[in-house]
Write a protein that binds this ligand. Structure first.
Ligand SMILES: *Cc1c(COP(=O)(O)O)cnc(C)c1O
Length: 364
């Protein structure tokens, strides 16, 4: 594809954009604002604004406690099931709860206990700092029985894949990485690294915060054990919206939430004084969910399911390639450098998506 820096060329791309009509579904009140921070706080879907009024005035105001049985109790599973669709998981393998950091803590402690006798945790220095802090905290809580190995990226852009693979062995309890790294947009080959970890007997936990809603993810296809992710970025869930966690179905009975609270109790209104974990994933819940914030995740997730992640990914590849070509034409001669992989093979790692299918024919 020849890229032109003409405004007319950009307008032509817009005119042919099969995703363009989704723009109307979001509140955009400043045409001069080019918002490129959806990776930090996604835009507000109109539907979320409408729902917020209904939530406050009807569900809370009128229905009061009755709303718990009219959708509030089941929201963590209901919205989790929709997120599952975006990340290639079964609907009972994803649940919404707490923050990404807290979910990481719960799953890491559960995984390390499951992997008794294996003292190493493997990650990289492209990971989100909070993830490293949580790993350090989990090691403290488990009486310093584990060592954290933070493998360095050579250039701060590409993941140190060969080095990670070389360090996987019978000592490794857990490999945990950000699937898409926030520093450069580099994406790991989830299936290949998961298989390598499994060959060494290690569990794998992927942080999908910068992948979910942005790129196709196939957790089941890669046989992933554990994952977590954020909803206020590409899922447009709203500031501080609760996060999600994924536990592969066959592991759900074998892993235990260290923050065992009443929302994860088998019969929560039995008020038994002894904790009995609920079946499925519900035992990974802890306390009462932030219902308002939790409910407002759903419209953004619905929008993504409606658009389809393949369509969005195809647009994203086109748009990023265009941006990179603009950089090459205008900025590189002035000394600006690119801090993201140049080849979208590394910004889109799984082969089925390398050629955007749905819109390939409608794009130039
Ligand atoms: C945004 C992000 C988080 C955020 O964690 P919080 O608990 O919501 O603050 C965690 N991990 C990664 C990789 C992120 O990108």
């Amino acid at each position: 594809m020849t890229i032109s820096t003409d405004l007319a060329y950009a307008a032509e791309l817009d005119a042919q954009d099969p995703c363009a009509h989704f723009r109307e579904r979001f509140l955009i009140d400043d045409d001069n604002l080019i918002y490129m921070d959806g990776n930090s706080l996604g835009r507000l879907p109109h539907e979320a604004a409408t729902l917020s009024t209904e939530l406050i005035l009807q569900q809370w105001g009128s229905r009061l406690i009755r709303s718990w049985n009219e959708g509030w109790f089941t929201a963590p599973e209901r919205i989790g099931a929709k997120i599952a669709e975006l990340i290639g998981a079964q609907e009972d393998e994803v649940i919404v709860a707490d923050s990404t950091s807290v979910n990481l803590f719960k799953l890491v402690v559960a995984a390390l206990r499951h992997q008794a006798g294996r003292p190493q945790i493997l990650t990289d220095d492209l990971n989100f700092p909070s993830d490293l802090y949580i790993l350090q905290g989990a090691i403290e809580v488990l009486d310093k029985q584990h060592q954290l190995q933070v493998v360095s990226s050579v250039d701060g852009i590409y993941g140190p894949v060969a080095e990670l693979q070389a360090r996987l062995n019978e000592q490794t309890a857990l490999l945990t990485l950000s699937h898409t790294v926030f520093k450069s947009g580099y994406m790991y080959d989830m299936a290949a690294l998961t298989a390598a970890a499994h060959a060494a007997g290690a569990l794998v936990l992927w942080d999908l915060s910068h992948s979910v809603g942005a790129v196709p993810v196939d957790l089941n296809g890669a046989n992933v054990d554990l994952a977590i992710g954020c909803t206020y970025k590409y899922l447009n869930g709203g500031p501080g919206a609760p996060a999600f966690l994924y536990v592969r179905r066959d592991l759900q009975k074998r892993l235990f939430n260290p923050l065992s609270g009443w929302m994860g109790q088998r019969d929560l209104f039995g008020f038994d004084l002894n904790y009995q974990p609920a079946s499925g994933l519900r035992h990974f819940l802890t306390g009462t969910p932030p219902v308002v914030s939790l409910s407002l995740i759903e419209p953004g997730v619905d929008l993504l399911c409606e658009a389809g992640i393949e369509l969005l990914r195809a647009k994203s590849v086109r748009q990023t390639s265009y941006l990179i070509d603009l950089w090459q034409a205008e900025l590189e001669p002035l000394g600006f450098t690119l801090k993201s992989p140049r080849e979208h093979a590394y910004r889109v790692h799984t082969s089925p998506w390398d050629t955007p299918r749905d819109c390939a024919s409608t794009w130039p």
